[in-house]
Ligand binder design. Structure first.
Ligand code: SIN
Length: 276
């Protein structure tokens, strides 16, 4: 019975769990899939440890167990595998991916529901990824602020982030139109029915119904709220660990504290719905 040796250990009271006993390099069974989906909904980000390196083909197959795959609007595509986004920083890098708090590609009309990242080269220490719980961030707001933001929408832009970003990987983005989307400030998770804050410092540029000054104040309040230390965890990677996070209810931030060392991995993202 494949369930017998599977363990799910919470990482922090609100967010995160470590799953052992599922070999992601093999085809996962229906019962394993159910365990993973339930843990994903309960813990927001799940970490699979003691894994083998998963080939791009198998990573794509694994991602497709959870839905169709999303193709990144700006990042260079891996040769023959456009669904794979390579995460890589070394001594020549000028930037590293995901250095500021964000929910992946929230600038898309239908941002990806989840992301699966496996790290293959890790620095001797450092290179952690932080995650924060956007349900907890919402729930900890006072009622008057919840009422204020309940009916508001925000603009999520990407040109400021993506234009020229991948020129060091040979990308010419002349003429590229980068996505912009409008989403509710508070979204309801389609599977859990829980409300989560859905604004982030990387993509969210304004609250549409407010003046610029008001928008800046309220956005900063919400960013600070989301990034409060009580809502966060910090994951330290071992080689071949796989993280699977839910972009609808958590944000993440990759810490680039290991220059000039190298860190490398591959991720796939699973298509999501329009936030409601
Ligand atoms: C990202 O997907 O934002 C990068 C995450 C990481 O490298 O840990």
């Amino acid at each position: 019975d494949s369930k017998k040796n599977i363990s799910i250990k919470p990482y922090a009271p609100n967010i995160g769990a470590i799953i052992t006993g599922i070999d992601l390099s093999k085809k996962i069974s229906n019962s394993e899939l159910k365990i993973i989906k339930d843990a994903f909904n309960n813990f927001l980000v799940i970490f699979f440890q003691k894994q083998q390196e998963i080939s791009p083909e198998n990573h794509i197959k694994l991602g497709k167990c959870f839905g169709d795959l999303h193709i990144h609007p700006a990042a260079p595509k891996m040769k023959n595998f456009p669904e794979i986004f390579e995460i890589h920083a070394n001594k020549n890098s000028k930037i590293a991916n995901g250095e500021f708090w964000h929910s992946d590609v929230s600038c898309d009309d239908e941002p990806p529901l989840g992301t699966m990242l496996q790290i293959h080269i890790a620095p001797a220490c450092g290179g952690d990824t932080m995650f924060c719980d956007m349900y907890a961030a919402y729930e900890a707001l006072s009622n008057p602020i919840k009422e204020l933001i309940g009916g508001l929408t925000a603009t999520h832009e990407s040109e400021h982030l993506y234009r020229g970003r991948y020129s060091d990987r040979g990308m010419d983005d002349t003429g590229t139109i980068f996505p912009t989307a409008v989403h509710p400030v508070v979204r309801t998770h389609p599977e859990t029915g829980r409300k989560a804050l859905f604004v982030n410092r990387t993509f969210t540029t304004k609250i549409n119904e407010l003046s610029v000054d008001e928008s800046n104040v309220i956005l900063n309040l919400l960013f600070d709220q989301a990034e409060h230390i009580n809502h966060q965890i910090r994951f330290n990677w071992s080689i071949n660990d796989m993280a699977f996070w839910d972009n609808r209810c958590c944000m993440h931030r990759a810490i680039w504290d290991y220059w000039p060392e190298e860190r490398k991995g591959r991720r796939v993202t699973i298509k999501g719905d329009r936030p409601k």
